[in-house]
Design a protein around this ligand. Structure first.
Ligand code: DMJ
Length: 579
């Protein structure tokens, strides 16, 4: 374990003096504490005067000094307390919801992973290290809940990330929730203990990468380094490609080449695979090559799409090959996975299984509009790509919204089957609309009225639960920030009100068993991502000030924002970064 010092030491107290001579009428030895006090004060005030961080507080295990991110001010002030607007009031309501959820967790489940919000009990489902605390740290900072933040830091400082010999940490979840949470909270607060813990955890998880292909094992024991395969024979694409942001940022902060090399090796496999369009969901652990012909933006694949674009943005657009893969895979998604229903003309994204579309739409896939909007905002796209990406983003976000808006609860089901009655491939519908003189709205972008009758909705339930997931409001947030259109905020507000109405419990917030019931039963679970993602995106959606500009910060897949950086020349040399 590394030493933990996150509280600044107080100045030394006066000691009894041996009085020999005097200076200004004060015995000389009694000046010693004053001088020490001045030196200590100056030392600790220096970072605030110069904008430098506490480099000397860097954990002893870190071989290179952490790097200060010049242009980004991690100590951003809390949102300006201007005149209360309707939106600032709504942001305050989200903050109050977070306080309720976290207070319930702290009171009834602290040190366990998650709160069971119906019974007020607790559960360990992600290593038993208190995942809710780690996942919620940066939300506390962003919401200016500094008391909660510093109290949580005490707990983080004590965490050892140890496991019994027969327990294994799921690599993907541990990286995106714990490591992502630590890194983001460090970027925002600059509290050294957060980087110490991130470095500890990053190192303890490294054996996961020890496979012939470098694609990570499903789980790892953080003490013995033993690994375990998951239920799948291979490696899920989302699990292979959801650690590059965390490990590259960690390499940048610590100067450790192994962090960069391990994660980048996976990218090399992706480049070598020479996939021309869609990336499959399953990969061979030995060869690092595709293993199936199932294509999706939902489960097994979702965050991999994100990390193609986001790792490129995070490192100051330094590895254009990842951007090329992003654009290639998005072209595949647009050409092959987007369909439109025949009656309501709902645009949706589905899976392709052995060349056949399943016509399922998962809640998980509703992050896609936000990702497309981020790409439009940050990349130089050809005019054709730009309009296709923009139409797709708007149309799919609208459908994701309809799956909420249509229901009596105002909450969206986890998975629906879209109507099989003559769905049309979206690109065909676009072609027909364009060759027919572009009459009427772009297919999939018309205003669709609410349809409360299930038979007429053009989709049917497959998984009727609302699991407090973030993807839909995540997309609303990115669309709001990139288009300035107020309607995305209004949709988000409606979702938040439904959460308050149906998901709030005495202890926290609960998933909902069936969104089609007007008096739905709660499920006894409050996933940590509700505090990390859902409430954070809602808060940012309603906050007028742009606290985390999208050209300065990139959110990992668990909504933990990392500051955009550029590799220094020495890093490029050390990590063999060519561009
Ligand atoms: C989150 O843990 C992450 O967003 C992950 O990438 C997939 N989905 C869950 C929440 O739905």
């Amino acid at each position: 374990m590394l030493p933990v010092h996150f509280k600044r030491p107080s100045a030394p107290s006066d000691r009894p003096a041996l009085l020999v001579k005097s200076f200004f009428g004060r015995p000389l030895l009694r000046w010693v504490p004053v001088v020490i006090g001045l030196v200590v004060t100056f030392y600790f005030a220096l970072p605030f005067l110069t904008g430098e961080s506490f480099l000397n507080d860097a954990p002893s295990s870190i071989t290179h000094k952490p790097i200060y991110h010049g242009p980004v001010n991690p100590h951003h002030p809390p949102p300006i307390a201007g005149p209360a607007t309707v939106w600032s009031d709504r942001a305050d309501q989200v903050k109050a919801a977070f306080v309720h959820a976290y207070a319930g967790y702290k009171r009834h489940a602290h040190t366990y992973d998650e709160l069971l919000p119906v019974t007020g009990r607790q559960v360990n489902n992600f290593n038993g290290w208190g995942v809710t605390v780690f996942d919620a740290l940066d939300t506390m900072w962003i919401m200016d809940l500094k008391d909660e933040f510093y109290e949580a830091l005490d707990f983080v400082a004590q965490t050892t990330f140890e496991l019994q010999a027969n327990s294994f940490a799921p690599f993907f979840e541990t990286v995106i929730r714990y490591l992502g949470g630590l890194l983001s909270a460090y970027a925002l607060s600059r509290e050294p203990v957060l980087l110490t813990r991130a470095d500890d955890l990053g190192r303890m998880l490294l054996p996961a990468f020890d496979t012939p292909s470098g694609l990570p094992n499903y789980a790892v024991n953080t003490v013995t380094g033993k690994t375990r395969a998951g239920w799948a024979n291979g490696v899920l694409w989302a699990e292979a490609l959801s650690n590059q942001m965390e490990y590259k940022y960690l390499a940048h902060l610590t100067g450790r080449p192994e962090y960069y090399n391990k994660t980048q090796y996976i990218m090399e496999k992706m480049y070598e695979a020479n996939v021309t369009g869609l990336f499959p969901t399953m990969w061979d652990k030995t060869l690092g090559t595709p293993l199936n012909t199932h294509f999706s933006v939902g489960a097994f694949a979702d965050s991999a799409h994100e990390y193609l674009l986001k790792q490129y943005l995070l490192s100051g657009k330094s590895d254009p090959k990842t951007k090329d893969l992003y654009l290639r895979s998005m072209t595949g998604v647009i050409n092959e996975l987007l369909y439109i229903t025949s009656d309501r003309k709902l645009l949706y994204v589905t899976d392709l299984h052995n060349d056949s579309p399943t016509h399922n739409l998962e809640h998980l896939s509703c992050f896609l509009p936000g990702l497309l909007a981020l790409g439009i905002h940050t990349l130089e796209l050809s005019p054709r790509d730009k309009e296709l990406h923009e139409w797709a983003a708007r149309g799919i976000a609208q459908t994701c919204w309809m799956t909420y808006h249509d229901q009596p609860t105002g909450l969206g089901p986890d998975k629906v089957s879209m109507s099989m009655s003559s769905p049309v491939l979206w690109t065909d519908a676009i072609e027909e609309w364009e060759t027919g003189g572009q009459i009427g709205p772009v297919p999939g972008l018309q205003d669709t009225p609410r349809e409360p009758t299930p038979n007429l909705q053009n989709y049917s339930r497959r998984k009727a639960a609302y699991l407090l997931r973030p993807e839909t409001v995540e997309s609303f947030y990115i669309l709001w920030r990139t288009t300035g259109e107020e309607r995305w905020r209004e949709y988000g507000w409606a979702v938040f009100q439904s959460i308050e109405k149906h998901a709030r419990t005495k202890y926290g917030y609960a998933s909902i068993y069936d969104v089609y019931e007007s008096e739905p039963q709660p499920l006894d679970e409050m996933p940590s991502y509700f505090l990390a993602e859902t409430l954070k995106y809602l808060y940012l959606l309603f906050t007028d000030e742009d606290i985390l500009p999208l050209d300065k910060w990139v959110f990992n897949t668990e909504a933990h924002p990392f500051p955009i950086f550029e590799w220094d020349a020495w890093e490029k040399e050390r990590y063999h970064i060519l561009s």
